[in-house]
Design a binder for this molecule. Structure first.
Ligand code: ACO
Length: 333
């Protein structure tokens, strides 16, 4: 049996400050009922700690993960960070997180694939383990979405929150681990979901700031349709390739962008709602944080050998699904 990469631990971090739907009613023309019925979100966490940015939330998650898995920082070979809100345009968050935690014999880099970032980073990390290049790899997703959200735009400000989550990957010769992935991309989707300025095409100027171009721009209705199709297709492909049917599937772990997207995808796949991880009501869409935060919240319910499909869709467009055979009994680690 060949070597696979197994998830050996998971940890999350969310800021303590809560932004509720009724708080948002005071900022924009919206209401709790619209937000709950259209998105499933009741509240989200917002980072307000002085001087903190996305790497600090990522570092908190990784610090907790090292402690929980009894791993010394010196044992880590590679740290990959998924984010669209790195502290700086460069350098990357991964090396900043390593520096903050004394992880000094590792290399690191960031992956930017919007809401699919964590999934892409997970598969990339798994490849380094499977090839024998690395023994211990940390994959962390962290996003400080409130730093790029326009709180005068009701169409986007109700959706996003801040948070981070991390997993530890190690080699295994058991029948568990990251088994297979199916990914897709369509660059023409950038028209529907992007940030207008701040990159090399349109660097920051007084005009771009005055025009509020440094925030998330989204045409939600279009993104919704592509998201349902992309997620359902990639789940179908991974299930087909691996002989999985809805009876063999223990959990679907979907990116948390909208409860209606999650429900549509689950219905198309034929999985009952009690086997679909959902925490969007309390965190909103934390972009790179959603999948590890789901695993963190549901960890105690997971059993060794459980079949999980992680699935995401995000800006780019980017999308995909990853089949994971869970490697340990939750609560035992
Ligand atoms: N409160 C009240 N009304 C609102 C709000 C609000 N917060 N936001 C929009 N509306 C209004 C609109 O103005 C519109 O009014 P109109 O009919 O008078 O024009 C009406 O509600 C319906 O607007 P839609 O945009 O059609 O609403 P929809 O049901 O599509 O929900 C949403 C919008 C929640 C954004 C949804 O389209 C969605 O979730 N899209 C996908 C998001 C996603 O998956 N993104 C990818 C990941 S994010 C990433 O990669 C960074």
């Amino acid at each position: 049996m060949s070597i696979r990469a197994a998830i050996k631990g998971v940890m999350g971090y969310v800021p303590e400050d809560i932004l509720t739907n009724s708080d948002l009613e005071k900022l924009v023309d919206t209401n709790d009922e619209w937000i709950r019925t259209r998105t499933g979100i009741k509240e989200r966490r917002i980072l307000k700690k002085d001087g903190w940015a996305s790497s600090d939330m990522g570092a908190e998650a990784v610090k907790g993960l090292l402690k929980k898995t009894n791993t010394d920082p010196s044992e880590i070979d590679l740290l990959i960070c998924a984010t669209v809100t790195a502290d700086l345009v460069f350098p990357d968050n991964a090396n900043t997180i390593c520096d903050k935690l004394g992880i000094n014999s590792a290399f690191g880099f960031d992956i930017n694939a919007a809401c699919s970032g964590f999934l892409y980073a997970l598969t990339t990390g798994a490849r380094f383990v499977e090839s024998g290049t690395c023994k211990k790899v940390i994959v962390v997703g962290t996003d400080y979405m409130s730093s790029i959200i326009d709180y005068t735009d009701r169409a986007t400000c109700v959706l996003f929150g801040d948070g981070a989550g991390a997993v530890l990957l190690e080699p295994t010769s058991e029948e568990v681990g990251i088994v297979d992935s199916s990914f897709g991309g369509d660059g023409s989707g950038r028209a529907f979901l992007h940030m207008k300025a701040g990159g090399s095409r349109r660097p920051a100027t007084l005009e771009t700031v005055m025009n509020r171009e440094h925030f998330v721009y989204q045409e939600g209705r279009s993104v919704f349709k592509y998201a349902v199709r992309g997620m359902a297709e990639s789940i179908g492909e991974v299930m087909g390739r691996n002989g999985l049917d809805e009876k063999k599937l223990n959990w679907v772990v979907p990116h948390q962008a909208n409860l209606r997207i999650i429900q549509s995808v689950s219905k198309m796949v034929g999985v009952s709602p009690d086997r679909v991880m959902v925490n969007i009501h309390k965190y909103g869409n934390t972009t790179s944080g959603t999948l590890p935060l789901c695993l963190w919240d549901y960890e105690n319910q997971l059993r060794k050998g459980d079949n999980l499909i992680l699935v995401a869709f995000g800006g780019g467009f980017t999308w995909g699904a990853t089949y994971v055979k869970w490697a340990y009994d939750g609560g035992d680690e």
